[in-house]
Unconditional design. Structure first.
Length: 484
């Protein structure tokens, strides 16, 4: 594809030694470490400030005086941003905010990154040539549909936390937190500390399964401490923890008025007669995170099936992908949390430095590798414990919307399989339009595959030619050779 020309408002940075896509914990750690090693670095991110989804600082106009109270390991983030500022002032890092990279292509020995700028790409487009590429694009939340989940007042668990961190606002006053995964505990504690009443934390899995891997727990004592701290905070705020249960229905006319919580069997099927109603005005729900792999998959990077059934990048100990010249760090290699992301960002950058400048800091690199192996073992355990069970599909009814963008129901998906002969999710998509909306299947893709019975596709990555919505004007310019 020809390189698109930039609009007058866009910038066209010069060629750089390393482009880091994503300024969350992993990308930020990678960028400053690479600059410490003498590399010329460009850090690109769609947001206006570094930190990613984890370190969401309140907008400057809000006037927050103690944003660290909403975050874990804020001191680490503050140290990283201070290093970023020093490197920016010295000209070793160019931090391009508001840049959403939508495609990357090989151009000889370099990578050419194409980005749109501003909200929805309205401000223009930009291109960048880089000798090496490090992908740290993070993750997004997985949702499982059930009756009423599209009602106003139902928000993502991660979304509720983002509202609190970035806007200092609560999505409601009486909030049930539900789904599966350790993120739920942090969300419930944050909401309760901010003044919300959280009557229940509803976990579809349980925590006893962690005990099946005592060696993994023993080598990750910090995780045990963190879990104990969350448990104490939940008790202090009178949040009732309900395990092996799920919200199977939401009640209300114009917005949420209550939810039904049902007990689950080991496969996550609701047990008849166990439903109990809890009054609330908001439901914060999520079933873990899924790696954001659009750019890496578009480059041809190989993936593996993670223990939670999602696709993750296949990486070696140096955080190299299977494509030469491309590294990755953080959630792209499988969901593991902020501690792992910070370690992998630094380790990936050291690998890039070693290739570009020669060996450096062998002792520190060896320590990072050991830490990564230890934390990756816990990440695998965590993914296995909270993997959605096959019985969750029994939560839905025929008229439950699965694809919210295109209003495709469970009944339509099952009809596409049972009556029209669809044998894979792509055919289901063509027959029903599920996944053809704004999110391009990021919200409904997992659910569509599960409801369609496409077990063979478990762990297979979604393949999209564009990593984000791109204005037609940008694509039109890309198609004109005279603009290159």
């Amino acid at each position: 594809m020809p390189v698109p020309s930039a609009e007058p408002s866009a910038t066209r940075p010069e060629r750089t030694e390393l482009a880091v896509v994503g300024a969350g914990p992993a990308g930020l750690a990678a960028a400053v470490t690479a600059a410490d090693g003498g590399l010329d670095v460009v850090l690109l991110d769609a947001a206006d400030a570094p930190g990613g989804q984890y370190y969401r600082a309140p907008a400057p106009g809000i006037g927050a005086t103690r944003p660290e109270r909403l975050h874990h390991r804020w001191a680490d983030f503050a140290a990283l941003t201070a290093r970023l500022d020093r490197h920016r002032a010295a000209g070793r890092i160019r931090h391009l905010t508001g840049h959403h990279v939508w495609a990357v292509e090989r151009r000889g020995a370099d990578w050419t990154l194409h980005a749109v700028t501003g909200p929805d790409g309205r401000d223009g487009s930009s291109t960048l040539d880089a000798r090496r590429l490090l992908v740290a694009t993070g993750s997004y939340e997985r949702q499982l549909p059930f009756p009423g989940w599209t009602l106003p007042g139902v928000v993502g668990a991660a979304g509720a936390q983002a509202m609190l961190k970035s806007g200092l606002v609560l999505p409601g006053r009486r909030i049930v937190v539900a789904g599966s995964g350790p993120l739920l505990q942090a969300v419930a504690v944050s909401l309760a500390r901010a003044g919300a009443r959280v009557p229940a934390l509803v976990e579809a899995s349980g925590y006893a399964a962690y005990g099946r891997a005592p060696m993994v727990l023993a080598t990750n004592p910090g995780r045990l401490t963190e879990g104990a701290r969350h448990g104490a905070a939940l008790a202090r705020h009178r949040v009732r923890l309900q395990t092996h249960r799920a919200v199977t229905a939401v009640h209300g006319t114009d917005r949420v008025e209550g939810v039904t919580v049902s007990r689950l069997d080991r496969d996550w099927r609701p047990l008849p007669g166990t439903g109990r109603r809890i009054e609330c005005d908001t439901l914060a729900v999520g079933h873990g995170l899924v790696p954001q792999l659009d750019l890496a998959v578009g480059l041809g990077c190989a993936t593996r099936c993670a223990a939670d059934g999602s696709a993750a990048l296949e990486l070696d100990e140096e955080l190299r992908t299977t494509v030469p010249g491309v590294w990755a760090a953080g959630e792209t290699g499988g969901i593991g949390g902020v501690h792992l992301a910070l370690a992998e960002g630094e380790l990936a950058a050291r690998s890039v430095i070693a290739e570009a400048r020669g060996g450096r800091g062998a002792a520190r690199t060896a320590a990072l590798r050991r830490a990564r192996r230890r934390m990756r073992a816990f990440a695998g355990l965590m993914a296995a414990v909270h993997r959605p069970g096959p019985g969750w599909t029994d939560w839905t009814t025929t008229d439950t919307e699965v694809c919210r963008c295109e209003e495709v129901t469970t009944g339509a998906i099952r009809a596409a399989v049972g009556e029209l002969g669809a044998g894979d999710s792509r055919t289901v998509k063509l027959l029903t339009r599920a996944g053809m909306g704004w999110c391009q299947g990021r919200t409904c893709g997992f659910a569509v595959r599960e409801l369609a019975g496409c077990a063979a596709e478990t762990g297979s990555p979604d393949r999209r030619p564009l990593a984000c919505p791109v204005p037609l004007s940008v694509l039109a310019r890309a198609a004109r050779p005279e603009d290159t």
